[in-house]
Design a protein around this ligand. Structure first.
Ligand code: NCD
Length: 306
């Protein structure tokens, strides 16, 4: 049995197969409409979510399966003090596969150690978000045609943004990927990303503060929200929250084929006027999230469509 805790749980070849499967699902959805007949997905969400939970549920339903679960810790037995380990033992009796989001780093890993069913990390605190990374890789590969030889700007809350940590970890395995890390000083990437992931893999990167300076060199800009829920005090959040706002004037500085991605939700960091720009790919990215999760569910359940 296999779980998904980090994007590195899949080799580059396995990711390739998963993305091929996701593209096949996109183009031939009927072929997969009954692949998970009789299967149940549990979504255990101890933290807010729109896209991740609903795209998981949509993915399972589109595969012919069914879903159960909870959307907040308040209406599960966590509110009574039940441990994640006990909860997953119980859910193992009710479902065939589970996606878990939790505010504590490592909670899905703890669950996977006692689970009888595959556990998918759907976001653990400020740590990792591997299924967003599958979505991001699929979006980049589908829209740019490659995952190598790219200059990628990551902008915003690089400290607490788990999507950024997972995406960097996954992309360092491709040739010729260069990063421009754009953040205020206080929200730079954690040391383990800088040292154990970027430097350890001899990946070219620079850390800058001004988005305007970085824009002209980028093939792709990955915007992120300042992670309000991970701040210790409101004042710091308020000071940081509008540090970057990507608007039409800034888009004029960028390459004509630079893609703009964002895991969403957006707060103020991308002006609504940018949505009309053909380079804005964040809504399309959310659509790819369904195909990526369909491919992941099939892969972890070991199901091959006819
Ligand atoms: C992200 C998350 O939960 O980390 N959202 C998502 O899953 N698409 C990004 C965010 O909340 O800022």
């Amino acid at each position: 049995m296999r779980h998904l805790m980090s994007p590195l749980d899949f080799s580059v070849d396995e990711l390739e197969q998963l993305m091929n499967l996701a593209n096949d699902i996109e183009h031939h959805p009927k072929k997969y409409a009954h692949a998970c007949d009789g299967k149940i997905l549990a979504t255990l969400f101890y933290e807010p979510s729109t896209r991740t939970r609903l795209s998981f549920e949509s993915a399972m339903i589109r595969l012919g399966g069914k879903c159960l679960g909870f959307a907040s810790a308040d209406n599960s037995s966590a509110a009574k003090g039940e441990s994640v380990s006990d909860t997953i033992r119980i859910v193992s009796c009710y479902a065939d596969i589970c996606a878990m989001r939790h505010p504590k780093e490592g909670a899905p890993l703890v669950a996977s150690l006692v689970s009888q069913i595959p556990v998918i990390n759907a976001g653990d605190g400020g740590h990792q978000h591997p299924t967003q990374t599958l979505t991001d890789l699929l979006t980049i590969r589908s829209m740019k045609g490659r995952l190598n030889n790219l200059t990628i700007g990551l902008c915003g809350d690089l400290k607490f943004g788990r999507t950024v940590h997972s995406l960097i970890s996954a992309l360092v395995r491709y040739e010729g990927v260069r990063f421009v890390l754009i953040s205020p000083d206080e929200l730079r990437v954690p040391d383990y990303i800088r040292n154990d992931v970027l430097k350890a893999n001899h990946v070219e990167f620079e850390e800058v503060t001004r988005l305007e300076d970085a824009l002209p060199s980028l093939d792709l800009l990955y915007m992120t929200r300042v992670q309000k829920e991970r701040f210790f005090n409101e004042e710091d959040y308020v000071r940081m929250k509008d540090f970057y706002i990507l608007d039409k004037a800034k888009m004029d500085l960028a390459n004509p084929d630079m893609l703009v991605l964002h895991p969403l939700p957006r707060v103020n960091e991308i002006a609504v006027e940018v949505d009309k720009d053909p380079r804005a790919a964040y809504f399309k990215q959310a659509q790819y999230g369904v195909y990526a999760r369909m491919a992941l569910i099939l892969t972890l359940l070991g199901i091959e469509a006819e």
